[in-house]
Write a protein that binds this ligand. Structure first.
Ligand code: ADP
Length: 551
């Protein structure tokens, strides 16, 4: 009886098992293969196949002159998907591996010729699998298997694919390289930063508030006049290095910086240092930031310090000059003013109206000029710390009434409404408080159109003297309010560009009021108008005197 189906050979008992490859090997139609039916295979071939199929280590066998192939389940993944498997089983070596044959054939020949077994570690042998030529790394050994005659009949390949290990190593090396590059870059950046700090002569400080440690660079140490290389000591080096007259103020500012709600951690100050070692006086500008943890506890205080001694000296010289010039201008101004008053009194009798109006205009201009000169004089005194308050018992309502009366010529285009109906005793420098009222009034005039009302109010409330002046002018935008009381600050807009001024009026007002332990502030709405306020402590004993006088 003839049949197209091959008759399955009966394999020896020990050729059972071996997983998928065991099954494929047994099912294979070997009688159509060069090796012929397994009944005729040599014992050494059967034994070798049995070892291969039952090994968990990847193994592969080339057998006979045509190098017919066998392999096990452990080897199978190395052939990939959609590639050589399962065609590689029973295939001739040269047909299966054309892409690497020139590399491996000499090794096979060497082993078949009775040479030593080979050993190759992590060798790149690209193979065709998964429909493409893939870079695959192997560690493998070729060893000879003898046939029945004792002569070499096959080559056993014990191998391990190490592609993943190699890729992992390569990734590791790449990561190492990247880290090294990043380190080199950050070192270069640090160098650049260090050079920039040196070029700008900037000192830096970094304080760990938890550990209580301070890091100062050389320049910072230098600005505090210390040359030792020991860790910086807060008490000895920092507090000890501050000028005694600035110590309390700076410690207060630092205290505020540590309080997030009070300062948001901002720190920006000018102070003097007096080197503990060199006893040199230096002016320093320090700017920094305090960083907080999630509970708003101050953690770190970092910043930079700059030597501003030269600028400060220039400023002092400029101040002295302004002070001197304003002082010298005051005397001729006072005489001109006196002569104008005399001329005016005389002219009034002649009834020459034109002359009287000219003199009134001159009077107004002289008043303006006197105001400016006094402003400069006060600023120079303030800056040099020489401001002197000549405090006396007086009444705020009277000062206000006097200033409003005197403004008759300068504020003639506005309607001034005065609400000052009670005696308000204060203990103050009358001239300086009058200068504040006059400044605020002249601003209301300057920054509101003619014909509008200016409401001037004063009153006594809770043992405090209150003053306010409300205009219907251009108003102030919220973002400009914060800096309004700082020196030389002017709001530059198309509305203000033709209004003359130096930006010192409000600064002076604020300083004078603060020197009286009072407060000054503003409420304003752009294009609607502004109200400036100040308050001063009221004086009790004067109040009694005034009541007695009134009675
Ligand atoms: P100056 O008036 O000489 O410029 P000040 O210090 O008196 O300087 O005022 C600072 C700035 O505040 C002014 O330039 C002005 O822009 C603004 N300002 C002051 N008073 C008023 C006001 N009543 N209405 C609107 N803006 C004002």
């Amino acid at each position: 009886m003839s049949t197209n189906h091959p008759v399955q050979p009966v394999y020896p008992q020990y050729l059972t098992g071996g997983g998928e490859m065991g099954q494929l090997t047994r099912d294979y139609n070997w009688s159509a293969n060069l090796l012929g039916s397994p009944e005729n295979w040599s014992q050494s071939l059967l034994t070798t196949i049995s070892i291969i199929l039952n090994s968990r280590f990847p193994m592969f066998l080339w057998w006979g002159p045509e190098l017919i192939q066998f392999y096990n389940d452990a080897y199978r993944p190395s052939l990939g998907n959609n590639g050589k498997h399962p065609g590689a089983l029973g295939q001739k070596g040269a047909e299966c591996w054309p892409e690497i044959w020139p590399v491996i054939k000499p090794l096979i020949d060497q082993v078949m010729a009775g040479g030593d077994s080979t050993w190759s570690e992590d060798q790149l042998i690209p193979i065709y699998r998964n429909n493409k030529l893939e870079d695959v790394y192997w560690t493998f050994s070729y060893s000879r298997v003898n046939g029945e005659s004792g002569k070499p009949a096959g080559v056993l390949v014990i191998c391990n694919e190490t592609t993943e290990k190699i890729y992992a190593l390569q990734t590791l090396q790449k990561a190492k390289l990247e880290i090294e590059q990043a380190q080199a870059e950050s070192e270069a950046q640090r160098d650049t930063l260090e050079s920039a700090l040196q070029a700008a002569e900037l000192g830096t400080f970094d304080m760990d508030l938890e550990k209580g440690t301070m890091e100062w660079n050389d320049r910072c140490r230098n600005l505090f006049g210390i040359s030792h290389r020991e860790p910086v000591d807060y008490e000895k080096d920092f507090i000890g290095g501050l000028h005694p007259d600035d110590r309390e103020r700076i410690l207060n500012v630092i205290g505020k910086s540590y309080n997030k709600s009070e300062s948001n951690g901002d720190y920006d100050v000018e102070y003097r240092t007096i080197g503990a070692e060199d006893q040199n006086l230096r002016w320093i500008r320090a700017k920094g930031k305090v960083y907080f943890d999630v509970h708003d506890r101050a953690q770190r205080f970092v910043g930079a310090v700059l030597d501003i001694t030269e600028q400060k000296m220039d400023e002092f010289r400029k101040n002295d000059f302004i002070g001197m010039v304003s002082h010298e201008l005051k005397t001729p101004l006072t005489s001109i003013n006196a002569y104008i008053q005399m001329l005016r009194a005389k002219m009034k009798k002649t009834e020459d109206e034109m002359m009287v109006s000219f003199l009134d205009k001159m009077n107004a201009q002289i008043k303006k000029m006197t105001g400016m000169v006094n402003g400069f004089l006060n600023i120079s005194r303030l800056e040099s710390g020489k401001i002197h308050l000549d405090k006396q018992s007086c009444f705020l309502d009277e000062l206000v009434k006097n200033v409003v009366a005197e403004s008759e010529f300068t504020a003639s285009g506005h309607h001034i409404e005065l609400i000052c109906n009670e005696p308000i005793p204060i203990y103050a420098d009358q001239e300086k408080i009058s200068a504040v009222i006059s400044n605020l009034l002249s601003n209301s005039v300057k920054y509101s159109p003619k014909g509008k009302t200016i409401e001037v109010k004063c009153m006594l409330m809770d043992a405090t003297a209150h003053f306010s002046i409300k205009d219907e002018g251009m108003g102030i935008k919220p973002q400009n309010i914060e800096k309004l009381f700082t020196r030389f600050y002017r709001i530059e807009t198309k509305h203000t560009q033709n209004i003359s001024g130096f930006g010192i009026g409000l600064y002076l007002c604020a300083e004078i009021i603060q020197h009286h332990e009072g407060k000054i502030w503003v409420e304003s709405e752009s294009a609607k108008g502004s109200t400036f306020y100040f308050s001063l402590p009221a004086a009790q004993e004067v109040s009694l005197t005034s009541t007695a006088q009134l009675a």
